[in-house]
Ligand binder design. Structure first.
Ligand SMILES: *Cc1c(COP(=O)(O)O)cnc(C)c1O
Length: 421
C-alpha cells in the first residue's frame, strides 16, 4: 500500500507511530479496522457527550438528509436553524437572546471577538483591547491564538498575533490577585472584552477555578462596560456538571460560545449567543453597522438537526442525573490518588477529572506524553495527557467498571513514567 497522504493535526509525523484506523464507533468506544475496541476516555477531543453515534442523533441526521442539505443562510432561513436557535435561547443563561451560527469552536470565538469590537464601535465609543486569562486556549486560528496562551504551539505565528492584556490564572488562595489585576487593567474603560473559559481551562492543562471568581470577574467587567465573553466550547452541555458552566457562578455573559457537545459530538456546528444589547448595536439603517461575518456552511441544516436531536435527548432523558452520577463517580475514583506522592493537584469539576504526574528525575516532560499515550493505547484506552497532566473526560455513558479500568491503568502508568522518582 502506498503511504498515507494525510497530514494529521497536532501530530509530529517524524516521531509518532502510524495511527490505527478507526472503522466503527459506538457508545464509549472507537473500534479499529482489525476489531480492537478502544475506550474513548477523552470523548474524541471533548466533543462526544451521550456517547458515539447516539441513536436519536444519527436518526435525526438521516431524516434531515431526506429533505435538506446546505442552504445559503444570508437571505434564506430554515426550520432546523430556527428551532435550534429558539431552544438555545431557552437553555442558555438568561439574556442571551440571539444566536449566530458558525462551524467550529475557533470560529465561534472569532465571531465573539468581532461582535465585541462591533458593539463598542457601533455605539460610538470604539474599544479594541481584549483581556485574557493566563493559560487559556480559545482555538488555533490567528485571532484565537492571539487571545490564547503563547508558547511552542504558536511561536512561529507570533509576528501575526495581536497584543492582549493578561490576568493571572486564579491560583487557589491567590484569587484576589486575579481580580485586582483585572480591575486595574480595565479602569481606563478601554477594554472591549474579557474572554474566559468558565471554571475549567481545558487545553491549558485542565486547570480549575471556583465559580465565585467567575462571578466577581463579571461584576468587575460590568462596572467599566467591558463585555464578558464566555468560551463554553468545551465546558458546555453538562461537561462541568451543569448545562453551561456559567450557571454555577449565577451569571449571564454578554456573549457565549458553544460548539463541541452542541451536536452531541456527531457533526461540526458552533453558535455564538449574544445579548440584545450586542445585537442592537449592529441593528441600524446604516449598512456599515452590519455584522459582517459568515462561513460557507453557516447553520448547516443537517448539523442543526443533529443539535436539535441532542436538545431533545436533554429534554426527554435523565441526562442531568447521568451527569451528576458520573461527576460523583469521577470524584470518588480519582480520590484514590489524593495522597499518592506520584501525583499532585488531584481535581475534578463535574464530569472532568485531572491529576498532574510528578515527573521523576531524568523524566523529560516532552517525552512523557507520547510514552503515556502509547502505554494507554496498548491497553485499549484513549487518553492523551497534556504534558504531565493526565485527565479523564469521558462520554456520559461510561460505566463505573470502565472508569475503574481507566484508573487502574493510570496507576500503572505512573510507574512507567517514574513518578516521584
Ligand atoms: C476546542 C476549543 C476551542 C476550539 O474549537 P475548535 O472546534 O477545535 O475550533 C475553543 N475554545 C475552547 C475552550 C476549546 O476547548
Amino acid at each position: 500500500m502506498s503511504r498515507s497522504a494525510v497530514w494529521h493535526p497536532f501530530t509530529q509525523h517524524a516521531t509518532e507511530p502510524v495511527p490505527p484506523t478507526i472503522a466503527r464507533t459506538e457508545g464509549a468506544y472507537v473500534e479499529t479496522s482489525d476489531g480492537k475496541r478502544i475506550l474513548d476516555a477523552i470523548s474524541s477531543w471533548w466533543v462526544v457527550t451521550h456517547g458515539h453515534r447516539a441513536p436519536k442523533i444519527i436518526e435525526a441526521i438521516r431524516t434531515a438528509t431526506e429533505t435538506l442539505d446546505q442552504v445559503i443562510f444570508a437571505g434564506l432561513t430554515h426550520e432546523p436553524a430556527e428551532q435550534l436557535a429558539a431552544a438555545l435561547v431557552e437553555m442558555a443563561p438568561a439574556g442571551l437572546d440571539w444566536v449566530f451560527y458558525s462551524d467550529s469552536g475557533s470560529t465561534s470565538v472569532e465571531v465573539a471577538l468581532k461582535m465585541a469590537l462591533g458593539f463598542h464601535r457601533n455605539n460610538g465609543a470604539p474599544r479594541s483591547r481584549i483581556v485574557v486569562m493566563e493559560h487559556s486556549y480559545h482555538g488555533d486560528t490567528i485571532g484565537t491564538m492571539s487571545v490564547g496562551e503563547r508558547g511552542v504551539f504558536n511561536a512561529a505565528y507570533d509576528p501575526l498575533l495581536f497584543e492582549v492584556d493578561t490576568i493571572p490564572f486564579p491560583v487557589a488562595g491567590r484569587e484576589q490577585e486575579t481580580l485586582d489585576r483585572f480591575e486595574a487593567l480595565i479602569r481606563d474603560g478601554k477594554a472591549a472584552a474579557l474572554i474566559v473559559e468558565p471554571l475549567v481551562l481545558g487545553a491549558g492543562g485542565m486547570l480549575m477555578y471556583p465559580a465565585r471568581v467567575l462571578a466577581e470577574l463579571k461584576r468587575i467587567a460590568e462596572k467599566s462596560g467591558t463585555l464578558l465573553i464566555a468560551d463554553e466550547v468545551m465546558t458546555g452541555w453538562g461537561r462541568t456538571g451543569t448545562m453551561f458552566a456559567c450557571e454555577q457562578a449565577g451569571i449571564s455573559p454578554d456573549i457565549l460560545c458553544t460548539s463541541k457537545g452542541l451536536t452531541g459530538g456527531s457533526v461540526p456546528l458552533a453558535a455564538t449567543l449574544a445579548t440584545d444589547a450586542v445585537f442592537r448595536a449592529h441593528f441600524s439603517t446604516d449598512r456599515a453597522k452590519t455584522f459582517f461575518h459568515s462561513s460557507s456552511y453557516t447553520a448547516n441544516p443537517i448539523a442543526c438537526a443533529a443539535a436539535l436531536a441532542n436538545v431533545a435527548i436533554w429534554r426527554d432523558e435523565p441526562v442531568a442525573e447521568r451527569v451528576a452520577a458520573l461527576s460523583r463517580m469521577q470524584a470518588e475514583k480519582v480520590a484514590r490518588f489524593g495522597a499518592d506522592p506520584r501525583f499532585e493537584n488531584v481535581r475534578t469539576t463535574g464530569t472532568i477529572a485531572a491529576l498532574d504526574l510528578v515527573v521523576g528525575k531524568g523524566g523529560y516532560l516532552a517525552e512523557v506524553g507520547p510514552k503515556l499515550r502509547a502505554f494507554f493505547l496498548e491497553r485499549g484506552l484513549l487518553i492523551r495527557p497534556l504534558g504531565n497532566v493526565i485527565y479523564v473526560l469521558p462520554p456520559y455513558c461510561v460505566t463505573s467498571a470502565e472508569l475503574d479500568r481507566l484508573y487502574d491503568a493510570v496507576d500503572e502508568a505512573a510507574e512507567l513514567a517514574g513518578g516521584a522518582g
